[in-house]
Design a protein around this ligand. Structure first.
Ligand code: ZN
Length: 484
């Protein structure tokens, strides 16, 4: 049974003291009393200002306060309380007076700051409680475990300077001038085994977020990613070696010949990719073009070819990369169809792997990546995000230039032969390219969402033209790079 604690039965004659509560500049007051130099205030009245109320958990024994997703329990005459599942110490006991719950301001304010989104600040000299709402610019902390280490991300709402320091006991500290940190959320984040503690501190003109690791970090780096608005701390696992990393990063093939081509027909199986207005499925067109291209390659015997799929099956991204890496392929060509909500969008476009420079290419990469992500049970998520990109950067950079060149050659063949608009070469963070350790390109042949281009993609002669253009581009690429 629950009883609402009555906060309003104070007699006017009862000459109770009050503290001032300044909520976003507006002044309110809340009953208080002082005992042995400790200022207590009525939480019942404070929560009433927010339209919230306290209730008995066990009548006469414990009081419950639910706010947002947090739940506090206070025990009458006890200095202990629980915040969700953790025990906190008020130092001074919670008091019940006239049916209202009173708490010691000095020691309770840091605790309520962990439960509510506002920031509470107790000024003991003025006996004033300041409450600021919605002012956080350090809003969250995310920890994710990767095959090659640990990624810790601090979410900001605006770009802030920060300084990283290490301190005794394996602490890594982010000192963030002008930071207003959502301590409650950050300190309650679920973490990884490698992390012992996460603390957040709010100071007058700065904030600090501290992460305590179980072991001294071997190597880490921190940087602000303007695309995601996150400070990223990548802690490398020193024992990790990418198993598919070829011995000759940056070269064209192990023997400096362009010989083995992996053709990756995008999507497949349950993953349809984009679908046109006439129900043309991206997965079917990408497979048909890939098979056509493989046929051309096999006829000439100028190259060898491997297909990541040759039928309508779902192949996880990791598997696609593994096939190419284990074969020590020289080039990786991923074939896709584009789509847009704008049905007038049309044209061909070739991408290489690098951080997206425009919103449009970022959106496209997200759309292509999303179809992989829907199969995340089957996919090693390590490849899907920023740490993979951070760590793979070094390896990928050595291919970026060659990949850009490959993409340019393919695009120029398209421009010459396909008779559809050229959208040019661009760069984006495609997951599928991120784990292949060789020059690569992702081709968006045409828009399945544009009725004219959907029509073309359905025609065998157009698909043959596409395959032939890519093949010509491969030959051009081979001539250019084998000369070097
Ligand atoms: Zn696609």
């Amino acid at each position: 049974m629950l009883f609402v604690l009555l906060s309003a039965i104070f007699c006017a004659s009862n000459s109770k003291a009050e503290i001032e509560v300044v909520i976003s500049g507006a002044s309110e007051s809340v009953s208080s009393f002082r005992r042995a130099g400790v200022e207590y205030f009525s939480l019942s009245e404070l929560t009433a200002l927010y339209g919230e109320r306290l209730s008995w958990d066990i009548p006469g024994v414990s009081v419950e306060y639910r706010t947002g997703n947090n739940r506090m329990r206070f025990f009458i005459e006890s200095q202990y309380l629980t915040l969700n599942d953790s025990v906190r110490n008020l130092i001074y006991p919670a008091e019940l007076r006239d049916g209202a719950l009173f708490l010691p301001a000095e020691t309770f304010v840091p605790i309520i700051n962990q439960a509510r989104t506002e920031r509470f600040l107790w000024d003991s000299n003025r006996r004033r409680l300041y409450v600021q709402s919605g002012a956080f610019n350090i809003t969250n902390l995310l920890v994710s475990k990767k095959a090659n280490g640990l990624l810790i991300e601090i979410q900001l709402t605006e770009e802030l300077d920060f300084e990283v320091t290490e301190s005794e006991g394996n602490w890594i500290n982010f000192n963030i001038p002008n930071g207003l940190v959502n301590r409650s959320l950050i300190e309650s984040r679920r973490t990884a085994r490698e992390i012992r503690d996460i603390n957040a501190f709010q100071f007058d003109h700065s904030a600090q977020v501290s992460i305590r690791l179980r072991k001294k970090p071997h190597a880490y780096n921190a940087k602000y990613n303007p695309e995601t608005g996150k400070i990223q701390l990548a802690i490398r696992n020193p024992n990790y070696k990418p198993k598919d990393k070829p011995p000759h990063a940056g070269q064209i093939g192990p023997d400096n010949t362009v010989d083995l081509i992996v053709i990756d027909a995008g999507h497949g199986g349950a993953d349809n990719g984009a679908i046109g207005r006439r129900y043309t499925k991206e997965k079917d067109i990408s497979l048909k073009i890939s098979l056509e291209l493989a046929k051309l390659i096999r006829k000439d015997k100028l190259f060898r070819v491997i297909l990541t799929r040759d039928k309508d099956v779902y192949v996880p991204l990791e598997e696609r990369a593994r096939i190419a890496n284990e074969a020590h392929a020289d080039l990786f060509i991923s074939i896709h169809m584009n789509a847009s909500v704008n049905k007038h969008a049309r044209g061909s476009q070739v991408f290489f792997l690098a951080p997206a420079k425009t919103d449009a290419s970022r959106a496209l990469a997200q759309a292509e990546n999303a179809s992989f992500l829907t199969h995340k049970n089957e996919i090693e998520l390590d490849s899907n995000d920023d740490l993979a990109i951070i760590v793979n950067d070094m390896i990928q950079n050595s291919y970026e230039e060659v990949s850009a060149d490959l993409s340019t050659i393919v695009q120029s063949e398209f421009d010459r032969t396909l008779g559809i608009p050229s959208r040019g070469v661009d760069q984006a963070g495609f997951v599928v390219l991120n784990q292949v350790y060789m020059p690569s390109a992702l081709i968006e042949v045409a828009f399945v969402s544009n009725s004219k281009e959907e029509q073309l993609l359905r025609s065998k002669s157009f698909r043959k033209k596409v395959a032939k253009s890519i093949y010509t581009a491969l030959k051009r690429f081979k001539r250019k790079y084998e000369k070097k």
